[in-house]
Write a protein that binds this ligand. Structure first.
Ligand code: ZN
Ligand code: ZN
Ligand code: FE
Length: 757
């Protein structure tokens, strides 16, 4: 053994599988004169390297910042091991301890090398919409079964030509074992069809671009489902798309060719740029600068706009052909699952799209676009789907196969077993048959792909949710209910691997509480499988239940009447000019008699009330619309309004009646809406800090976890973090959505900790 010859083990976690990491690391180690081996395992990649200490250091540095576009290293754990004399450095066989640990990689956006070939007239794949390599292309969405190789993907029906087969078999080639490898001679084929089923003549991309230019709507088959596209500059086209799709107010996403194009209309900070170009290519929510492009109809009434860059070669070619940004929204009627098969799309989207851009590579697994934003300098996923699914989350306690059924809205399920958990793609609101059928399908498909067959289930406490009833049918006795807000906080703990006690702020719209009220403004002490509700918001009556959430003026009225201890004077408040006295009376009667007026503590409902007052918004077009607009009004550091804390009993109550009295006075006094919104915002920050203080006093100083849809509010989350840090660790949901899309993971963790099922 040479004097400074040593051995080192590196365990690399993050997005390191299915991205060509092993060949890259192997070549690198050889260049550095090291011997040893590299292999895939369930958590990532492990390397055993032997040689001079300086070379080992160089290897470690390179592993931390790999020059691979699709790789994303989250951690490199280095441990010294004893020196072994090896002949060379090699890629070793993968290990899999347990069938569930087979790994199917998420889909990846087209890489730069493939883009160069795509646009190179001399390349044999020039303008070929299905170009891919080990660094990029479809994965999960074409996967029929595990383990992941071509014969078990929807590429099995395309036999590779000699040239493609040679690339596929050559260890030095970028397409070595690129499972979807294809070329114009042997691979999938693009074609265009009119809505009536006739084939469109001419180059499909040119025909589509021409139709888009004329303001028509094109349905195109993407990675995880169909998109509906139209010219984002053309207000009339966007209105037509909205009408046909029955999506009247929710913002639509825009696909723009490159970062320079995005900068024309949106503010871009470095972290947002990075997120836009990440291989997962989520839709990123950005602040709009103003201007006429994209048309106002794309995201009406909000300053934010969802933007993504092309992620398939087909998108790249289409945007290149058009030369203008495109609205790209999921191919469905409002609230239904995204269409995936050609025939299905022609039927379901036949009355929406004028032209269909189709191909013959089947989509095996439905997967919507993911949605993300930057909070406190880092990414936060709001909808976790394409590009992220099915990456595993370590939950060592989840040893036995289990299903987390999730919440009612923005549902995603979670399959767990052998110490890992996999969140499904976003499924949607379980309010129609199509979504419920999709739910059943996802459970079956995910179990098969991951080779985990759940026999137990965790679900919400709400007895009427589809997901809860599913858990009953599915697992019978072996099902366990987890309180909604406890699950929100547990999801954050699962993401961070935290198992010690935490102080959880769980703020959202509505969740089933054990005491007959709807919770949603909770400060919880969460330890192990248990939670204690330490503090909450004073409950507001929702006249008509769900109807109040749509007709937000009813919540505003309830908050004012509560604040003024009886029928509040409504004169001078613009909101109530749009409501008749009879309607006001009817709502007051409902509340007074307690007729269908459930009481709710959700911070989202307080936002609804304030938003309704500030924006004179009678109704909310969709859940959270008014609340989000209210949040967007905040533009200054302003003093908080007064509020009271009743902490005499075991459950502390935060009482915002004084806040509403002051706020109504400001409104009548002509204070600007932005100022009032800023003061309300400051009030909530103070409430958060006080809630944390209270739990600390009673339960001790522990890390704070933020969970629930309210923490999608960037400013609220950032300001609460700033106030609590330093001196307090704050866990902000990042890889798992803070909203109900993350609930299923929390359910799984709590159920596993309980160990009952
Ligand atoms: Zn590539
Ligand atoms: Zn070929
Ligand atoms: Fe929730």
């Amino acid at each position: 053994m040479g004097e400074d010859e040593a051995g080192q083990q590196f365990v690399i976690t993050g997005r390191v599988q299915g991205v060509g990491f092993r060949p890259w690391a192997c070549a690198l180690a050889r260049r550095l004169g090291l011997t040893g081996s590299v292999w895939n395992h369930p958590q990532g990649v492990t390397i055993h390297a032997f040689g001079p200490a300086a070379a080992l250091d160089a290897l470690e540095a390179a592993l931390r910042a790999p020059t691979l576009s699709a790789a994303r290293v989250s951690r490199v754990e280095a441990t010294p091991i004893s020196f072994e004399r090896r002949a060379s450095f090699e890629i070793a066989a993968s290990t899999s301890d347990g069938a569930a640990r087979l790994s199917i990689p998420p889909d990846l956006a087209m890489c730069d090398a493939c883009r160069r070939e795509l646009l190179d007239p001399g390349d044999r794949r020039f303008r070929y919409p299905f170009i891919n390599c080990t660094q990029c292309g479809p994965r999960y969405t074409i996967c029929l079964d595990a383990p992941y190789d071509r014969s078990r993907t929807t590429m099995h029906k395309f036999a590779m030509c000699a040239e493609c087969a040679e690339e596929y078999g050559d260890a030095e080639n970028r397409r070595f074992h690129a499972e979807p490898n294809a070329c114009p001679a042997c691979g999938p084929r693009l074609f265009a069809q009119w809505a009536d089923g006739r084939t469109a003549d001419g180059d499909p991309l040119c025909v589509a671009a021409e139709r888009l230019r004329r303001g028509e709507i094109v349905a195109l088959k993407g990675l995880g489902g169909f998109h509906l596209a139209c010219d984002a500059r053309n207000g009339a086209a966007v209105r037509r798309l909205r009408e046909r799709k029955h999506r009247h107010e929710k913002p639509l996403a825009v696909m723009v060719r490159d970062l320079a194009g995005v900068e024309l209309f949106a503010e871009l900070r470095p972290a947002e740029e990075q997120l836009l170009v990440d291989a997962a290519r989520p839709i990123v929510l950005l602040r709009r600068r103003g201007g006429e492009i994209p048309a106002q109809e794309v995201a009406p009434g909000t300053r934010r706009i969802g933007v993504m860059l092309p992620y398939t070669p087909l998108h790249e070619l289409l945007l290149g052909e058009c030369g203008f940004p495109l609205v790209m929204t999921s191919g469905n009627r409002s609230e239904e699952p995204i269409a995936v098969a050609n025939e299905e799309a022609l039927t379901r989207l036949g009355e929406i799209a004028d032209l269909f851009l189709l191909h013959d590579r089947d989509i095996a697994n439905r997967c919507d676009d993911s949605v993300a934003q930057v909070v406190a300098g880092r990414e936060m996923l709001l909808r976790r789907a394409r590009g992220y699914v099915p990456a595993a989350i370590e939950v060592p306690e989840a040893t036995r196969p289990m299903l987390g059924c999730g919440a009612h809205l923005k549902n995603a399920v979670c399959v767990a077993g052998n110490g890992q958990a996999w969140l499904s793609p976003h499924i949607g609101d379980l309010e129609n048959d199509e979504s419920c059928t999709a739910f059943d399908g996802v459970v079956a498909d995910l179990s098969r792909l991951l080779r985990v067959v759940p026999t137990a289930a965790a679900c919400d406490m709400h007895p009427d949710y589809y997901a809860t009833r599913y858990a009953d049918r599915f697992a019978g006795e072996r099902r366990t209910a987890v309180q909604h807000h406890h699950a929100h906080i547990a999801a954050v703990c699962a993401e961070y691997g935290v198992r010690g006690p935490v102080i959880g702020l769980a703020w959202d719209g509505t969740g089933y509480g054990a005491d007959g009220t709807a919770w949603g403004g909770e400060a919880l002490f969460v330890h192990g499988a248990a939670h204690e509700q330490i503090a909450t918001f004073r409950a507001l009556p929702l006249a008509g239940g769900e109807a109040a959430i749509r007709n937000v003026w009813r919540i505003a009225l309830a908050a004012l009447d509560d604040a003024f201890g009886g029928a509040a004077g409504l004169e001078g408040l613009a909101l109530f000019e749009a409501v008749t006295p009879r309607e006001v009376e009817a709502v007051r009667t409902m509340i007074a008699r307690g007729l269908h007026a459930p009481r709710a503590r959700g911070v989202g409902r307080y936002f609804d009330a304030v938003g309704a007052l500030l924006l004179a918004a009678v109704r909310s077009g969709f859940e959270g619309q008014v609340a989000a607009r209210c949040g967007e009004l905040v533009d200054e550091k302003a003093p908080a309004y007064p509020f009271e804390v009743h902490d005499e009993s075991a459950l502390c109550e935060f009482d915002l009646r004084a806040t509403f009295r002051a706020l109504a006075g400001d409104l009548r006094g002509g204070v600007a809406a932005a100022r009032i919104a800023s003061r309300f915002h400051a009030t909530l920050v103070e409430v958060a800090v006080a809630m944390v203080g209270l739990v600390r006093e009673r339960c001790g100083a522990h890390p704070v976890a933020l969970g629930g849809g309210c923490f999608q509010n960037v400013r609220l989350t950032e300001d609460i973090c700033d106030r609590l840090r330093p001196g307090c660790e704050v866990l902000v949901p990042r890889a798992v959505p803070p909203g109900d899309g993350g609930i299923a993971l929390g359910q799984v963790l709590v159920a596993a900790l309980r160990g009952e099922v």
